[in-house]
Design a protein around this ligand. Structure first.
Ligand SMILES: O=C(O)c1[nH]c(=O)[nH]c(=O)c1Cl
Length: 310
């Protein structure tokens, strides 16, 4: 079976890579993902200046996934620009850079720098960080999203993508798709970011499990799989000529198969990567290959987007 996927001018031998935020803040972590069976690498969302992030504990494993309120800890955009300049693009593993400025001006400054560096990496503009106290997610404000993207495409003329929050209403899917469809150079969306502001409670300690925001944090893992699949399928259906990257609840070949069946071009692994380590890419790849073998599919295109309805 052939697990490769070619899209946006990049070729991936394996459709699996890390979700932004997991194993991608330092060059050592990024190199570990690049050295693994992952088919691509994406950096931790960056801001203009380095950030410490929220007070710890800010990540916790939960019975069916994870909760995090990291608060955008990162080394600052110049660190990731430097990593991208030195990245071995000939390695065949595309590098994606996640950008998540604290303000529109920050985003424009960073995007101009990446534009001017003229690197083969692709930008994933994060519209969905749920963990900055007092800051609403851009992705939940359709007018703000449209304004940000209008300003972005004025300075950043290369293909790019956006990381979207989960939506939970057909009207919202349609509204956001309408906004996104008005930007031809926006070539992909990554669905989904964590399900924002959940609350995990430990009944033994009768306490929350993370410190920031009185315990509120973004959910990942099994908790979010059905929501992730719905967002992948809806945006695959509603977006014109754009790719959808699936993220959310992938921990085996089974969920990877589901995401691709729902329409995903490629898939990102977050919670499972955090808990298992970079070995998960080879394991999930092999599990996906076995499922394809069993079903008689030779390539991802044989079943991509072919989810049956009743
Ligand atoms: O708290 C974070 O750093 C964070 N955590 C998430 O779950 N999604 C994001 O986009 C970000 Cl930026």
């Amino acid at each position: 079976v052939d697990l490769s996927v070619s899209w946006l001018g990049v070729n991936m031998e394996n459709p699996l890579y890390n979700a932004s935020g997991v194993m991608c803040r330092s060059r050592e972590e990024l190199d570990a993902v690049a050295a693994s069976a992952a088919g691509a690498v994406v950096t931790k969302s960056c801001t203009l200046s380095p950030r410490e992030g929220n007070p710890e504990p800010r990540y916790a494993r939960a019975p069916h996934g994870s909760i995090n309120s990291m608060g955008l800890p990162n080394a600052g955009y110049e660190y990731y620009l430097d990593y991208a300049k030195n990245y071995d693009h000939a390695s065949g593993k595309p590098l994606f850079v996640s950008v998540s400025g604290m303000t529109l001006e920050e985003n424009l400054t960073m995007l101009k720098a990446f534009r001017d560096a003229d690197l083969p990496c692709l930008v994933e503009l994060n519209l969905s960080c749920p963990n900055l106290p007092g800051k609403a997610q851009i992705g939940y404000d359709f007018a703000a999203s449209s304004h940000v993207l209008s300003e972005v495409v004025k300075v950043y003329d290369k293909p790019f993508g956006v990381k979207l929050p989960p939506y939970f209403d057909p009207v919202h899917f349609a509204e956001m798709a309408s906004v996104l469809n008005s930007f031809p150079s926006l070539k992909y969306v990554t669905c989904i970011n964590s399900v924002g502001n959940g609350l995990v409670i430990d009944i033994d300690s009768e306490s929350v499990v993370i410190k920031p925001k009185a315990g509120l944090g973004g959910l990942g893992g099994d908790y979010v799989l059905p929501t992730a699949l719905a967002n992948v399928r809806e945006f695959s259906r509603l977006l014109d000529g754009k790719h959808v990257i699936g993220c959310g609840g992938i921990k085996s070949g089974r969920e990877a198969f589901m995401h691709i069946l729902a329409g995903a071009t490629a898939v990102q692994v977050g919670t499972c990567l955090y808990e298992e380590g970079a070995g998960c890419f080879a394991r999930i790849r092999d599990e996906l290959a076995a499922i394809m073998e069993e079903k008689g599919y030779r390539t991802l295109a044989d079943f991509r987007g072919k989810l049956l309805t009743m």
